[in-house]
Every structure is written in structure tokens, then in C-alpha cells.
Design a protein around this ligand. Structure first.
Ligand SMILES: Nc1ncnc2c1ncn2[C@@H]1O[C@H](COP(=O)(O)OP(=O)(O)OP(=O)(O)O)[C@@H](O)[C@H]1O
Length: 367
């Protein structure tokens, strides 16, 4: 079997999940860090009862603010940390009872700082990870993987003769060459400048799709998470706050934290009655499952607000304008409340101008 044919044509992660065990399953994972080596009862765990499944071939992103436990989760999966509770299953095998060392887990790692060996050529770097393979298979495997990442012509170059994006692809080839069941990527694009970052991200995504490997990406960059993933797990304080496809999590955030961490959101307090919330922006219909009557927090995305004819919405004043070429984001004051509105058209509104605003779609009740 080659790296390429591990995923049958047309079989997506969901189809495969019906026939194969999950590439990864985390069950109630807990990790405490003890300062100075002593247990501290008042310290919350870095990872707090985390559970999730990753299907074969699936690209999952762990997204969340600094310190929420993303890297620790990745290190627990790789076997670089021991959990205090719970279990890590990879490809249907328990890695925690008894604990399996990192090299026995069938996991590939790609980090932010590529960690290529500077004195080895591109080919040498990829061969390095193949020492467990029979000697005769190493060179063909290394070359096959370099071809997968589009670096065949660079095989004799030294790392310093490559661009940052190319070096990252060598690191990817090195991690993919032993054909791991699961690839772990920790902020792999954060050393690249904005343009290269975008291009490299797309290339890496296409390479992972071709190889059919399941991968977990750690990032705190929401745009990266939205563009890269089949599903996003939004983490907060060592737990998953919400997990779903990028579209689901963006369009249907369950909490105020998710609504404001993934994209921008206006959080309006109001009173719900019969599926409609009375807010500073007037009556806003509430989407989704029935919302109980009473106090409610409503998330309305800036693109769900629009300017209205005078008298046809709520009156506001333009506080600030952020021009982005294809769109404009306005910050508006409605009495004491500030809201943001995305507008794509003309005319441009001036700071200080009086305007009328309305919600164009239903809002989302969040906790
Ligand atoms: N070796 C360690 N010793 C003590 N505390 C640690 C250690 N590693 C992580 N922590 C703590 O565990 C928590 C989670 O850290 P972790 O690095 O997993 O977060 P993260 O979400 O990856 O953050 P970032 O985006 O900043 O990398 C933090 O409070 C951190 O300070």
C-alpha cells in the first residue's frame, strides 16, 4: 500500500468512520501540572476531562486562547506527557494502559520551528525518520514522500537553502514518511509571514488529503481553523466548549465565548418571549431550538446587521469605520451599547453620522 492509496477514492472521513476504528479517541483525559513538583489542590487541571473522536482521514483543529490546554492535549496524545486520568486510543489501541512510548504510537509530529537537522540535506532529513524501516525500503519511501509534498527537485539542498514554507514541507515529509496513523501539527504556520502562511496552509491541507492521514492542528488563529478543518474543537480551560464543522460552530455558537472567539459577534442582552428577543436593536427572532421566555443573551454577527431607511430600524451613531477594500466594518453606538456592522456597499458612512440599523436575520441565543 502506498501513502496515496490509504484512502479509497471518494471515501471521506465519515464513510471511513463507519468501517474503521477512530484514528483517535480521547476518553476523559485529565492532566495536572504540579508547580515545584508538589500537588497543588487549588490549581485547576490543564486538561480537564477532555473527550473526542477523530475519524480516519479527518482534519480536526484544536482552537482556543493561550493557556487553554491545546499543546498539553497534543503532548498527551503523542505520549510526551502522562495523563493523570482518562485514556488515549489511537487506531483502536489503548496507548495509556499500559503507557506506550511516543515511538510506539504511530504518530507524526510537526512543530512551529520545523526542527530540521541543518547539517543534513532535504533527503537526509526525511531518511532520518525511517531508521525503523528495512534498509532497502528507506530511499524509495523517502523519495515517494518528497514527491507527495512536491519537493523532489530539492532533495540535495540543505535546509538553509530553502524558504520557510519549503522547510515546513520538509518537516511535513519527515513526519509523513513513516506513514503515521495520526499527524499532530502544533502551530506549524506561525513562523511564516502572512502571505506564505496562507499558501503553505493550503498546500499542507492538500497534501494531508492526498495522504489520507488523520491530523490534529493546534492553533489560536481562528481564520486558520476555519479554512483548514473538517471540524473545530473550541477549547476553554482544559475542556471542549463546542465541537463541529467550521460552518456549524460559526453559524450556531452555543456560548458567548464561542460566538466571540470564532469571528466577531455582537452580544446583546434582551428578554425572550415566544421565540423573539426584545433587545436594544428591537425585536430579533431567535433561531434554533425553542428558547425559554425570560432574560436571554443574543449573538448577532456583524454581517447580520444592515443599514436601514431612516425610521425603519434603530437609530445609532457611527463611532468608527474600518475600511478593508471589499468591505467596511462600522462600530456604532446605540445608546450605551456598541455594535459592529459589516457593510459591502456604498455609500460610505462618516464617523459621527446618524444612521438606522436593523437585524437582517434571526439571532442566536447563547449561554
Ligand atoms: N510543563 C508545565 N509545567 C507547569 N504548567 C504547565 C506546563 N505546561 C503547560 N502548563 C500550564 O498548563 C496550561 C495549559 O498550557 P498549554 O501550553 O497546553 O496551553 P495552550 O492552549 O497550548 O497555550 P498557547 O496557545 O499559549 O500555546 C497553562 O496554564 C500552562 O501554564
Amino acid at each position: 500500500m502506498t501513502v496515496m492509496d490509504r484512502q479509497a477514492p471518494g471515501a471521506g472521513p465519515v464513510d471511513q468512520a463507519l468501517t474503521a476504528p477512530p484514528a483517535l479517541e480521547l476518553r476523559g483525559l485529565v492532566k495536572y501540572f504540579h508547580p515545584h513538583g508538589r500537588p497543588a489542590t487549588n490549581m485547576p487541571p490543564a486538561v480537564n476531562g477532555l473527550g473526542l473522536q477523530v475519524a480516519p482521514g479527518e482534519l480536526l483543529t484544536l482552537l482556543g486562547p493561550s493557556g487553554c490546554g491545546k499543546t498539553t492535549t497534543l503532548r498527551l496524545i503523542a505520549g510526551l506527557e502522562e495523563p493523570d486520568g482518562g485514556a488515549v486510543w489511537i487506531d483502536g489501541r489503548d496507548m495509556t494502559n499500559p503507557p506506550q512510548p511516543p515511538e510506539r504510537r504511530g504518530v507524526g509530529l510537526v512543530f512551529q520551528d520545523y526542527a530540521l537537522f541543518p547539517h543534513l540535506s532535504v533527503l537526509g532529513n526525511v531518511l532520518f525518520g525511517l531508521s525503523r524501516l528495512p534498509r532497502a525500503e528507506r530511499l524509495p519511501r523517502a523519495r515517494e514522500t518528497l514527491s507527495l509534498v512536491g519537493l523532489t527537485v530539492f532533495e540535495s539542498r540543505m535546509p538553509h537553502q530553502l524558504s520557510g514554507g519549503q522547510q515546513q514541507r520538509v518537516a511535513l515529509a519527515r513526519a509523513l514518511a513513516p506513514r503515521p496513523r495520526l499527524l499532530l501539527l502544533d502551530e506549524p504556520f506561525s513562523n511564516l509571514d502572512a502571505q506564505l502562511r496562507h499558501a503553505t496552509r493550503q498546500e499542507v491541507r492538500a497534501i494531508l488529503r492526498r495522504s489520507g492521514v488523520a491530523a490534529i492542528l493546534v492553533t489560536h488563529d481562528q481564520e486558520e481553523a476555519l479554512a483548514f478543518s473538517d471540524r473545530i474543537a473550541l477549547m476553554r480551560a482544559g475542556q471542549i466548549e463546542q465541537i463541529g464543522t467550521p460552518q456549524e460552530v460559526y453559524a450556531h455558537p452555543r456560548t458567548a465565548f464561542v460566538a466571540s472567539f470564532l469571528g466577531r459577534s455582537n452580544l446583546l442582552s434582551g428578554t425572550a418571549h415566544a421565540g423573539v428577543a426584545r433587545t436594544v436593536l428591537g425585536n430579533i427572532e431567535l433561531e434554533g431550538a425553542a428558547v425559554p421566555d425570560g432574560p436571554v443573551m443574543v449573538s448577532v454577527r456583524p454581517e447580520q446587521l444592515a443599514f436601514a431607511e431612516a425610521g425603519a430600524g434603530t437609530e445609532a451613531v457611527v463611532l468608527a469605520r474600518e475600511f478593508k477594500g471589499h468591505a467596511v466594518t462600522y462600530t456604532l453606538a446605540l445608546g450605551q451599547q456598541e455594535v459592529q456592522l459589516h457593510d459591502t456597499g456604498q455609500p460610505l458612512r462618516a464617523e459621527g453620522e446618524r444612521v438606522w440599523v436593523r437585524a437582517t436575520r434571526a439571532g442566536r441565543a447563547v449561554r
